[in-house]
Design a binder for this molecule. Sequence first.
Ligand code: ADP
Ligand code: MG
Length: 314
Amino acid sequence: RAIVRDIDMLEEKNPSIKPQPTPEVDPTIFEKRFLRKIRDLGEGHYGKVELCRYDPRGDRTGELVAVKSLKPENREEQSTNLSREIDILKALYHQNIVKYKGICQEEGGQAVKLIMEYLPLGSLKEYLPRNKGKTSLSTLLSYCIQISKGMEYLGSRNYIHRDLAARNVLLENEGIVKIGDFGLTKSLKDNDGYYTVKDDVDSPVFWYAPECLTLCKFYLASDVWSFGVTMYELLTYCDSSKSPMTCFLDMIGRTHGQMTIIRLVKVLQEGKRLPRPENCPEPVYELMRRCWEQTPEMRITFKDLVTKLTTMLQ
Ligand code: ADP
Ligand code: MG
């Protein structure tokens, strides 16, 4: 008490030592002038992702972040999509989902960028072919469990991902994976348990369930189908000569555009599926097949996938 009074007196005598009110800083707003690009990390249909250092002190001690923006040619038409992706990611908290850090607003405030944590090992699509030797079957199964857990959480929040694939799963380190890229994610809230697409020309068709291809309907169970395809990719170590696209094109013949979808639907209808990857144990392949049941209601759930995969790993 006496000390406080002394300080008060000191301040009265010497107003300059009064603690300055610190301006409210929002740590999720990144200033463009402090964001230094280091290199490109990758790009997809409409966006690109860059590695940057956020360096307000200008001495290269700032943290590394991954920055997603729209390609210039897509700025206008896709900006609401990126804003939606930002809003979705901002509200997701799970150990197997990439962490949202904030946004960076362009001058004028039109073009916005998404700032995420940087995951140095990149996506499974890039990592697995190069690290086959040190990635055992049990590591692959552990990745499958983690992806299922992330997806179970996403589903519990009533979101469907719609773009689950090895290219969209990132590695934190050799043991931990996270789902990234929520660019096609949709909320089921205002829908009847499914989401209908109207305007998707270049959808990842070889990862899509029959109901997505024929009716443009997406259920939580449609993500389970894509998970099965992702599991297949993992078990082939993302070998491009065995990729889902290569395999399905071998089955249906090289066709173009709408014809590809029509033939793909036909072979799936006939019960044809991706083959069992080399060295993939029969019970693991059996789980993939349970993701690829023709009718959505018949498919295994992410919850059961977690249980079954965990038992297999023991
Ligand atoms: P798009 O929506 O354009 O497909 P993604 O979010 O999938 O964009 O990112 C494209 C690629 O950039 C990914 O496949 C991955 O290689 C890389 N990437 C994305 N986010 C990160 C991140 N947080 N850390 C490291 N690499 C990333
Ligand atoms: Mg992507």
